[in-house]
Design a protein around this ligand. Structure first.
Ligand code: PMV
Length: 369
């Protein structure tokens, strides 16, 4: 196990000038899903995801030496320019939980401003993008104060580890194109404690499109946190974790070869398995909506009729991610417009694609509004 606790990361407050750090970090969509965890946010099976591009969070972290002597985290928090007590409490709790890793945080006055590129009401989980953006800011701050994270690998591993503590799947958003989280033979450098970039893939996947169809913008009735917990007593848990491992091995072959049919079959099976696990929990619950099923059926009919490689996946919610290679984009957009958008709330969708991962922003930049 990695031990990032470091009591030496303490500053001489008198020598510290106020400063500001800013990162943009994208969301990600899992192809093999993480569903079930143990210990301190450790996954029960390895997972792999596409890093997205247009669905992102921008976060700035302003810091100044504290004048008072209180021992807690001194935080001001703004989301889209407004104070949000519920979000603030969550971030404050998270920062307290990692004070042994970043002890200097208790010596600073912190102002965090955050904003998403997508509407808050789009029903898109923002924890992956927001927690990865925050983790990147914290690691940049450590490096700025102590010069400790010089190599890219050290920086990325630690940022991914910290993001994981905030929200499991967030650890995969640190990397470009594809990321693997969890020990697996397909990536020798993989770990349960942080994600790694996965680059043994055919180029076709690097420009894959993701149309995120917003079936419902309502908040989920069962949170991911509660969903993971329900896996503990799910009778299918053990075979499920084994299945995820096997599917990941098979998926890695289709990622390498560019076999889109094999890719799509595994990815769709995974999405439906995730939701089947929810239905098979005690108590059972359903996050898909009738229109999620209507879209799935339409996508399968379209594929049968056209032979085009259009596939779907879902997160822990009713929205559908359409995954397809860039060269069929025009045909998919036409089909989407005519057939699928009427199943969406207010015809809402997000035009996304596989992206290059987080970028550090100029510290003068205003975060997404
Ligand atoms: O990172 P969490 O705790 O929000 O869980 C995410 C779970 C899924 O999105 C359903 C799957 C995944 O691997 O991202």
């Amino acid at each position: 196990m990695i031990d990032y606790t470091n009591p030496n990361l303490i500053i001489e407050t008198a020598k510290i000038e106020p400063g500001k750090i800013a990162w943009r970090s994208p969301s990600n969509i899992a192809l093999i899903k993480y569903w079930g965890k143990h210990g301190r946010q450790l996954p029960s099976n390895p997972s792999i995801s596409f890093t997205l591009d247009h669905a992102f969070t921008e976060t700035t972290l302003e810091y100044a030496p504290k004048t008072g002597v209180d021992q807690g985290i001194d935080l001001q928090f703004f989301f889209h320019k407004e104070e949000q007590p519920a979000f603030k409490a969550k971030i404050q709790k998270f920062l307290e939980s990692i004070h042994d890793i970043f002890p200097f945080l208790r010596q600073l006055h912190l102002t965090i401003r955050s904003g998403n590129s997508f509407p808050h009401s789009a029903g898109i989980a923002s924890s992956a993008s927001s927690m990865s953006a925050l983790a990147l800011c914290l690691c940049s701050l450590e490096h700025e104060l102590f010069g400790t994270l010089e190599s890219d690998q050290d920086f990325h591993n630690k940022a991914s580890y910290i993001a994981r503590l905030g929200s499991g799947s967030a650890c995969r958003s640190i990397y470009s194109h594809l990321a693997v989280w969890g020990k697996t033979s397909i990536a020798p450098n993989s770990s349960d404690e942080y994600a790694v970039e996965y680059s043994d893939v055919n180029d076709i996947y690097k420009s894959f499109q993701d149309s995120i169809l917003i079936v419902s913008a309502k908040e989920k009735s069962v949170s991911s946190r509660a969903g993971h917990a329900l896996m503990e007593n799910n009778v299918f848990a053990k075979p499920r974790f084994e299945q995820a491992r096997m599917r990941l091995n098979r998926l890695s072959e289709s990622l390498k070869s560019g076999d889109l049919e094999a890719f799509g079959t595994i990815v769709e099976d995974e999405a439906l398995t995730l939701h089947a696990l929810m239905m098979a929990s005690t108590p059972s619950y359903l996050l898909m909506e009738p229109n999620s099923l209507n879209i799935i059926n339409e996508v399968r009919a379209f594929r049968k009729e056209t032979n085009l490689p259009l596939y779907f996946t879902l997160d822990a919610g009713p929205n559908i991610h359409l995954l397809y290679p860039g060269y069929i984009r025009d045909k998919v957009l036409k089909f989407q417009e005519e057939v699928l958008l009427p199943y969406c709330e207010d015809n809402m969708w997000i035009d996304d694609h596989v992206g290059i991962g987080p970028i550090e922003l100029d510290s003068d930049s205003e975060v997404a509004q």
